[in-house]
Ligand binder design. Sequence first.
Ligand code: MF3
Ligand code: CO
Length: 286
Amino acid sequence: MFGRERIEYKTPEQILLMRRAGLVVAGALDAVRASVRAGVSTAELDAVAASVIEGAGATPSFLGYHGYPATLCVSVNDEIVHGIPGTRVLEPGDVVSVDCGAIVDGWHGDSAFSTVVDAGPDAAAALDTQLDIQLVETTRQAMWAGIAALATGERLGDVGEAVEDVVAAAADRNGGRPLGIVEDYVGHGIGSQMHLAPDVPNFRTRERGPRLRAGLCVAIEPMLVRGDQANRELEDGWTVVTLDGSRAAHWEHTVAIHDGGIWVLTATDGGATELAARGVEVAPLG
Ligand code: MF3
Ligand code: CO
């Protein structure tokens, strides 16, 4: 874990370009979120994101990445990540994870959210839907705890520790069994490419990882499951599903460290609200 590859540290000017990419991704995901409801196909969500990105004069980063065929990844229920948008129609109570990346002037932003498709008041009261909502919320909390650790920590390994601690503390919110952290997929450095060194694991590791310092930009992206973390890739060569069929959630933000502090590049408010709630002040650049 963490590897030994060189880290691309960014200048303040480069972080400002990444902010532009981040805001495009934030806008695309806001539009997708407003479109998520029962009866909508995952291809329709993809079209929403594609039009926002194109309208902003940016480039979708997933499309064509190692041959990936879409703008978004849309992963439903037991799909953890890399679900390909298509004819699948969302149903009430589905857990939907939407991942989006965009490029502005060669600089990348990458972000994801999960949500539960509105199931109406009766279904929403059902225990299983409540546990799905908890799954999504715990994953979101784990991501923000990881982001806060990037601001207050010393080493990149502090992020995974913070994520793991949130998941452990939520053990009572999954009907008697702990939530699983998917260890096969990790966050990553990001900048002039979508995936750069270093890895950002969502769990404790033996190595503490590189020192946190100005210019480091990372995508923090925990993936949690309600059952076992064991997973496999479908025949389409992309979609990753849980082996036990349990449901999964995924949240992600691109975050920059600079001399003044951290800035969440894919959050419209730079992360101010969520981080203030965790005792951290964000530091916008420029
Ligand atoms: N956004 C994903 C990540 O967070 C990567 C998507 S892979 C792609 O790392 F092929 F869909 F682009
Ligand atoms: Co990512």
